[in-house]
Write a protein that binds this ligand. Sequence first.
Ligand SMILES: [Zn+2]
Length: 140
Amino acid sequence: MTDQPDEIESMLRAAGIRVTSQRCTVIAALVQSHDHPTAEDVHARAKSVDSSVSFATVYRALATLVDAAIVQRIAVDDGPARFEMAPKTEHEHLVDVDNGEVLELASEELAALRSRLAAELGYEILSQYSVLRVRKLKKS
Ligand SMILES: [Zn+2]
């Protein structure tokens, strides 16, 4: 993944989406984020690049990019949704219920197990999506 303007534009074109500077700014903000930002966070980061970009514009751009599978939306039960560039490798998200922090849990073993179990039921997995609500273990 890159924040090179050319590559962002070709990503949009490949998805059949019109290239706008706002969409490019939103993608660039997400590519540089590794913390699963909320729409508000993305807006704050986009604004630091282009001060004219409004929250509504960022929100619409995110919705378009999610529809195009360029961006993944992570629904969080008791808080605003989080966003990330569509991951290249499957991973689960852990949401810390106490501070809202989003962590990633990546396991090839788990992915393989899931595929095997689905295959045993006669299915292949097309997409998977899960959010695990977690709380830090208390040290005793
Ligand atoms: Zn993630």
